[in-house]
Design a protein around this ligand. Structure first.
Ligand code: G3P
Ligand code: CA
Length: 269
């Protein structure tokens, strides 16, 4: 136990428990909830017929038995695909059974919100908008509309929100801030731009989302972010020595493919 571990670090399951189950499937999110994750991370994209689905890549080729861009396919096309078989059980540290096709079909954000609502405990959601410029604001509009249906689009304060919106795109975060000012935003980055060196973030983001590589190479920036009043949520933290480093630096959230192992290392599993 390090001294820094005395503060609470939120453990966020990246694409679900994506080391143990196929990413962005119900199987992966159910496993993350079972593992005790505090929050779930997901990427969202719009289908050709306007549904938000949880898919990381622009195309479905890597994570399904289909081909093509999500934006060119309708939800019914995606629903016919298998998003589970690509991941061999040998990848899993503990092999969950994802033989049930209903657990590995395309996951809509709506279904993920239902899963969280039905979980019986507080589970936060960190939702990342992918390539939102293509749709000129439709991703954010659909996203906030859906959050509104679940009563999540207008928390009294940012601190009380159980949802946050993340993006590498400052434009996307600006859109969210304009439409839903109390939903916290996370500016994701793989480098520290010149105007960010003193701990300032673009787009009025409340939270910084640096890659673990930044944390390893520029730990002083994490201190400056904290001094500037920002939370720091780091991705993707899978190795024990990186968990240790994040704990020592006092980051607020660790985004990991291995929620069970990280919780255990932090003395919570
Ligand atoms: O949680 C942020 C992280 O997911 C950003 O990178 O490529 O995994 O979406 P990526
Ligand atoms: Ca992501």
């Amino acid at each position: 136990m390090t001294q820094a571990r005395q503060h609470h670090i939120q453990v966020v399951a990246h694409r679900g428990a994506s080391e143990d189950a196929p990413e962005h499937t119900l199987a992966a999110y159910m496993k993350a909830i079972d593992d005790g994750a505090d929050a779930l991370e997901c990427d969202v994209r719009l289908t050709a017929d306007g549904h938000l689905v949880c898919v990381h890549d622009r195309r479905v080729n890597r994570t399904s038995n289909g081909r093509g861009a999500v934006s060119a396919l309708e939800l019914a096309d995606l629903a016919a695909l298998d998003f589970g078989t690509w991941k061999g059980h040998e990848d899993a540290t503990e092999g969950p059974d994802w033989g049930d096709p209903s657990l590995t079909s395309v996951l809509t954000l709506e279904r993920l919100l239902e899963l969280v609502a039905d979980s019986g405990r507080r589970i936060e959601l960190a939702i990342e908008t992918k390539h939102p410029t293509r749709w000129a604001g439709r991703v954010e509009e659909r996203l906030l509309g859906l959050l509104d249906r679940f009563g999540l689009a207008a928390p009294p304060t940012a601190a009380e929100s159980s949802v946050r919106i993340m993006s590498f795109s400052a434009r996307s975060l600006h859109r969210v801030a304009a439409a839903a000012p109390t939903v916290p935003t996370v500016y994701l980055t793989q480098f520290v731009g010149p105007r960010m060196r003193d701990g300032r973030l673009p787009a009025g983001a409340r939270i910084a989302g640096p890659s673990i590589r930044i944390v390893r190479n520029q730990p002083g920036w994490i201190e400056r972010l904290h001094r500037a009043g920002h939370q720091v949520h780091v991705w993707t933290v899978n190795e024990p020595e990186d968990v240790e480093l994040c704990a020592r630096l006092g980051v607020e959230a660790i985004i990991t493919n291995r929620p069970r192992q990280v919780l255990s290392q932090l003395g919570r599993g």
